[in-house]
Ligand binder design. Sequence first.
Ligand SMILES: *Cc1c(COP(=O)(O)O)cnc(C)c1O
Length: 424
Amino acid sequence: MTTMPPLETARRRDDDDPLADFRDSFSFPTTEDGDQPIYLCGNSLGLQPESTRDIIDRELDKWADMAVDGHFSGEQPWSTFHDPLAEPMAEIVGARPEEVILMNTLTVNLHLMMISFYRPTPERPKVLMERSAFPSDRYAVVSQIEHHGFDPDEALVEVGDGRDETLLDEDELLEAIDRHGDELALVLIGGVQYYTGQSLDLEPIVEAGHDVGAKVGFDLAHAVGNVEIDLHDWDADFAVWCTYKYLNAGPGAIAGCFVHERYAEAFDLPRLAGWWGHEPETRFEMNPEFEPQRGAGGWQLSNAPILSMAPLEASLDLFEQAGMSRLRQKSVELTEYMLDLLDTMPDAPFEVLTPRDPESRGAQLSLRLTESRGRELFESVRDRGVVCDFREPSVIRVAPAPMYNSFEDVWHLCDILRDVVSES
Ligand SMILES: *Cc1c(COP(=O)(O)O)cnc(C)c1O
């Protein structure tokens, strides 16, 4: 087939979509001309739920009206603000509430987790990760290796051929874990790859890591709120994620962290301590000795940044209503629809880099441009009112987020791509 199906077909899909109304709960950006672009960039920054403003206003009012009393009185006192968020957050990552804590930002949490779960010895100094991991993760790992006095040239194991456009071979990854075996202290892997959109099967990675005696942690930045996650049952040691991508909690919002239940009372595990990780019952007795609380909360350092945490309340409420399994189902349908439409384009100057198997992808499709004028094509698409992004050297990332994107959005994207390609 080389013709686009009519727009009507997309509208019919939207009419049948049980989640279609969630779109109305979000603010969409507008251009200077007052047009509404097609927003397909939720993999980078999710849209603002309309209820966010009221929730932030509520906290500003509390601060204005109650000042210091806001810590312990009124509705949702700041000292326990995150408690009601733990359950809906845990639901999204397949964890028990006590295994999840909202704190800091992603890279900070990754460091805190490595302090506890990367304990290199001369016999077992290595960290294994993907060669094309997000740079921040690699910087964090290399600095941890050096912090412990080891040489990254020897202690960092990177799997994959290093070309960004290649998918990670999951068998190769498992073999590498097995091969480095008793020299491996930690396996750190991203759930969904930021560049290719590949979604990895994480449970076998935990199994392989544990089989050789390594700890296994995940960076779920692009996986959380995107694909279904089952951290507790997969038996991961730890995981970290941000909340401003598919979770729509706003720029630089509070991040999440998972520590498996088996460490809930592992108080002898080395950790960096702060007063907010102290047992809450006695925290304000101001004892000089640190007494960590049970569970992931024991890794907290500072009192919670309420204004960066409050937006998550708005977002988690929508996730609770929509449900991850329904969102995921819609997401698969959206990307399948997009792939079908892209397949109607004759001589497209790009190929879909993301795996075709829906099990191996989330909401994002990465289009790898096969010609040198990649950036030009991206800019033409953007000029026609599509918000997506370009990652050097040659990939356009588009991510229909099932929470607020429609089949019609996908149709328009493909229609615009088709126009731009035929004109160039
Ligand atoms: C988005 C992203 C980050 C960003 O880290 P911050 O600490 O939130 O700035 C890190 N790692 C991965 C894999 C990401 O996708």
